[in-house]
Design a protein around this ligand. Structure first.
Ligand code: S3P
Length: 426
């Protein structure tokens, strides 16, 4: 699909966003291995989180999708059953990596794969710790999906993550949930902690001491009624849109404000953005609140080290902001971007060049001068949801209408993106 985006004068009004993708995956998986019926309100409408539900359904969970709510009757920790065919994770790295931790501990064999993009993403990072727990996994060329998983009883381990990855941490903790004893993961930097919070919500015994997280295995999980906060990573597109389009004043309601995710708001504020948190509450152990953003002069900056890891999903749209900022943006320590849904360093650079912008590509990031002129152009999603949405935002500040080719990719995390964008742009 091709979406035409015309330049905007203002991004204003109030919006609400679909449920957080990361939290939805975790609730979907944990509800399926809990005892009883869970109800999840504002479950992500994105295709990735639907892939998780389809996998859990194929494993025997009873799932009903209502308007705005998903009901999941779980099968208990040992109640999943062998799927009839290959499990399909679609485009979703979270689904394949986190679910593998559960599959490795089952009494049945299974295989799980996905689309062309997912089939290129590295899986050694989960295969290594799972093998240390006694799991038996095979992968294409020893490291790529699809995975064949021979379920067997696992033993607890203590594991230090070589790369900062919440997906890998979650995979090991989910496997540990099935092992007899205490499994501990040590993180090099603190990554999003939705798994720790969700495990506790479902009744598991989780200890967190600084960057070490332990789960005690064999606990019985109990069904819950939960509400998923709006996705801050989806909000990022609208925050940047409001910052680069004159006369903007936007409120985003009910957004997840978990402190392991809000580095985005700190980074924006540090660059000079007028961003305010209006009201904060708690739901299911997660913080949720409203964010107000106004058009502001943004200075630009440098993203490196731990901050890069904390903002990894937001870098495509922060790049757009960087090119429009006073002093530009330098991104370092971001080689993980090369193994996301696309090689995002390359796809960001390709689209910028199509729009006539200057960008210097490095092995682990890029450098963008500031105050750049965005020329009307045809840009590509390359099948990557965050690239589709980031460059739709760039198009709002272009000197004429732009076409986003492959715009349907946005539906991987945010099917309502273009409708929402049309509602707030004038
Ligand atoms: C996610 C973790 C991050 C992030 C992804 C979602 C999660 O991936 O980029 O979009 O929900 O745990 P990594 O674990 O590969 O860093």
């Amino acid at each position: 699909m091709r979406e035409t985006i015309t330049p905007a004068r203002s991004v204003s009004g109030a919006i609400q966003l679909p449920g957080d993708k990361s939290i939805s995956h975790r609730y979907g998986m944990l509800a399926a291995i809990a005892d009883g019926a869970s109800t999840i309100t504002n479950y992500s409408t994105g295709a990735d989180c639907q892939s998780t539900l389809c996998c859990m359904q194929a494993l025997g969970a009873d799932i009903e999708r209502g308007t705005g709510t998903v009901s999941i009757r779980g099968r208990g920790l040992d109640g999943l059953r062998g799927p009839a065919g290959m499990l399909d994770a679609g485009n979703s790295g979270s689904t394949i990596r986190m679910l593998s931790g559960i599959l490795a501990a089952q009494r049945f064999d299974s295989s799980i794969g996905g689309d062309e993009s997912l089939s290129r993403r590295p899986m050694e990072r989960i295969m290594k710790p799972l093998a240390a727990m006694g799991a038996s996994l095979e992968a294409r060329e020893g490291r790529l999906p699809p995975l064949t998983i021979h379920g067997r009883p696992l033993h607890p381990i203590e594991y230090t993550l070589p790369v900062a990855s919440a997906q890998v941490k979650s995979c090991v903790l989910f496997a540990g949930l099935h092992a007899d004893g205490k499994t501990t993961v040590h993180e090099p930097v603190r990554t999003r902690d939705h798994t720790e919070i969700a495990l506790r919500e479902f009744g598991a015994d989780v200890d967190v001491i600084q960057r070490s997280i332990s789960v005690t295995g064999r606990a019985r999980l109990e069904a819950r009624e939960l509400t998923v906060p709006g996705d801050l990573s989806s909000a990022a597109f609208f925050l940047v849109a409001a910052l680069i389009v004159s006369e903007s004043d936007l409120v985003i309601r009910g957004v997840g404000l978990n402190p392991t995710r809000t580095a985005l708001l700190d980074f924006l504020a540090g660059m000079g953005a007028q961003v305010k948190i209006l009201e904060v509450a708690q739901t299911g152990g997660e913080l949720i609140g409203d964010i107000q953003i106004r058009k502001s002069a943004v200075r630009g900056g440098t993203l490196e080290g731990d901050r890069t890891a904390a903002l990894i999903d937001e870098i495509p749209v922060l790049a757009v902001l960087g090119a429009a900022s006073e002093n530009g943006l330098v991104v370092r320590d971001a080689s993980e971007l090369r193994v996301k849904e696309t090689d995002r360093i390359q796809t960001i650079a390709d689209n910028f060049r199509s729009m006539g912008l200057e960008v210097e590509v490095k092995p682990d990031g890029f450098e963008l001068p500031g105050r750049q002129h965005f020329r009307a152009a045809e840009v590509q999603s390359f099948g990557d949801h965050r690239i589709a949405m980031a460059f739709s935002v760039a198009a709002l500040a272009a000197d004429g209408p732009c076409v986003v080719e492959g715009s349907e990719a946005a539906s991987v995390s945010f099917p309502e993106f273009f409708d929402t964008l049309r509602r707030v742009t004038q």
